[in-house]
Design a protein around this ligand. Structure first.
Ligand SMILES: Nc1nc2c(c(=O)[nH]1)N(C=O)[C@@H](CNc1ccc(C(=O)N[C@@H](CCC(=O)O)C(=O)O)cc1)CN2
Ligand SMILES: Nc1ncnc2c1ncn2[C@@H]1O[C@H](COP(=O)(O)OP(=O)(O)OP(=O)(O)O)[C@@H](O)[C@H]1O
Length: 282
C-alpha cells in the first residue's frame, strides 16, 4: 500500500514549543498580511506605522540566521524521516501525479534543504517502451546565470546532466552532451503545472522566506506573467518544509515582491493555502 495522504489542518500544532520560543521576538514586528508594503505605504509619511524596506530586509536577514541555526541543530535521523515523509506525500499527491511538466529544485545537503532526490529519480525513471499507462513528466531545474537574481529553469532528462556550481549546488550546463542547447522553460510551448520550491521559512498563510537572492521571486513573477499572456492555467507553487521551518503566521516579513505559495508540504501533511490548492486537496 502507498503512503497515507494526510492533510494538516490549520489547527495542527506545527511549531514545537521550543521553536516557538526561539522565534517569539519576531511576533513584535507588525507585519500582518495587510501590512505588506505598497508604493503608498512606502512613502516617508508612513514610516511611523510601516517598517521601511531596509528594516524589512534586515528583519529577513536576522530571521534567516535563526532558521539556519535551527536547521543545523536538527537531528539527522529526524531529518531523514521528514525527508522520506515529505517526498512520499509529494509522490502520492494528486497535483503531483497529474502534472505533466514541472520545475523542481535539486536539494543541497549542505544548505539543509528538504531532500528532493527520491522525487527527482521517480520523475526521471525511464518508463518501459510497452508501458503506455505512464507518461514521463518533463523536468526543468534551476541554473543561476549571474548575481542579478537571474535564474533559468532548464530541461534535464537524467541526473548525470548536472554539475556542481560555485555554491556546490548541482545544476545543468546550458548545453547537453550532444552540444544542443537545453530547453529553457520560458521558451517552451507548453505550460508548467507545478513548481516544487525550496526556502528557509514558511507560514500557513503562504509566506515564504528564501535565501535572500531574490532568484525565485523574480522567476516566479516572470513565469506568472508568461502564463497569463499565453492564457495558460496558473502553475501551482508548492514549497517543501521541515516542521521547524513553519513559523506562526505574520512572523515572516514580506515585501510586495514576495510571491506567495499555494501549498506547503511538511512531514505532517499537505497544507493547501490558495483556492487552487484547495481544489486539488478536497
Ligand atoms: N537547491 C537550490 N537550488 C537553487 C536555489 C536554492 O535555494 N536551492 N536558489 C534559490 O535562490 C538559487 C540559488 N540561490 C542561492 C542563494 C544562496 C545560497 C547560499 O548558499 N546561501 C547561504 C548564505 C550565503 C550568505 O551568507 O549570503 C545560506 O543560505 O546558507 C545558495 C543558492 C537557484 N538554485
Ligand atoms: N535593503 C534592500 N533594499 C532593496 N533591495 C534589497 C535590499 N536588501 C536586499 N535587496 C534585494 O532584494 C532581493 C532579495 O529579496 P528577498 O529577501 O525577498 O529574497 P528571498 O525571498 O529571500 O529570495 P528568493 O526569491 O530567491 O527565494 C535581492 O534581489 C536583493 O538584492
Amino acid at each position: 500500500m502507498g503512503p497515507q495522504f494526510t492533510l494538516a489542518t490549520p489547527s495542527s500544532p506545527l511549531l514545537p514549543t521550543t521553536t516557538r520560543a526561539v522565534f517569539t521576538p519576531f511576533l513584535s514586528v507588525n507585519l500582518r498580511p495587510s501590512a505588506a508594503l505598497t508604493s503608498t505605504t512606502m512613502s516617508a509619511t508612513n514610516t511611523a506605522t510601516t517598517p521601511s524596506l531596509d528594516a524589512i530586509f534586515k528583519q529577513k536577514k536576522t530571521l534567516r540566521s535563526k532558521v539556519r541555526k535551527e536547521l543545523k541543530s536538527m537531528d539527522p535521523t529526524l531529518r531523514s524521516q521528514e525527508d522520506d515523509a515529505i517526498q512520499s506525500l509529494v509522490l502520492e499527491a494528486p497535483w503531483f501525479k497529474s502534472c505533466k511538466r514541472l520545475c523542481a529544485y535539486i536539494s543541497c545537503a549542505a544548505l539543509r534543504e528538504v531532500d528532493t532526490s527520491k522525487v527527482l529519480s521517480e520523475i526521471l525513471k525511464s518508463t518501459g517502451q510497452d508501458d503506455h499507462s505512464q507518461v514521463r513528466k518533463k523536468l526543468y531545474v534551476p541554473r543561476v546565470e549571474d548575481k542579478n537574481s537571474f535564474m533559468r529553469m532548464l530541461h534535464i532528462s537524467k541526473m548525470d546532466d548536472l554539475i556542481a556550481n560555485s555554491m556546490e549546488i548541482l545544476e545543468p550546463a546550458p548545453c547537453d552532451a550532444e552540444g544542443n542547447e537545453r530547453e529553457d522553460v520560458m521558451f517552451a510551448n507548453e505550460p508548467v503545472d507545478l513548481f516544487l520550491l525550496p526556502g528557509l521559512a514558511f507560514d500557513k498563510s503562504g509566506r515564504r522566506l528564501g535565501r535572500g537572492g531574490g532568484y525565485y521571486d523574480t522567476f516566479l513573477t516572470k513565469y506568472r506573467e508568461l502564463a497569463k499572456d499565453r492564457k495558460w492555467k496558473k502553475p501551482l507553487f508548492v514549497a517543501l518544509s521541515y516542521s521547524r521551518q513553519i513559523l506562526e503566521d505574520g512572523i515572516i516579513p514580506i515585501t510586495p515582491n514576495d510571491v506567495p505559495i499555494d501549498a506547503l508540504v511538511s512531514s505532517s501533511g499537505v497544507i493547501p493555502i490558495s483556492p487552487a490548492a484547495n481544489e486539488f486537496c478536497s
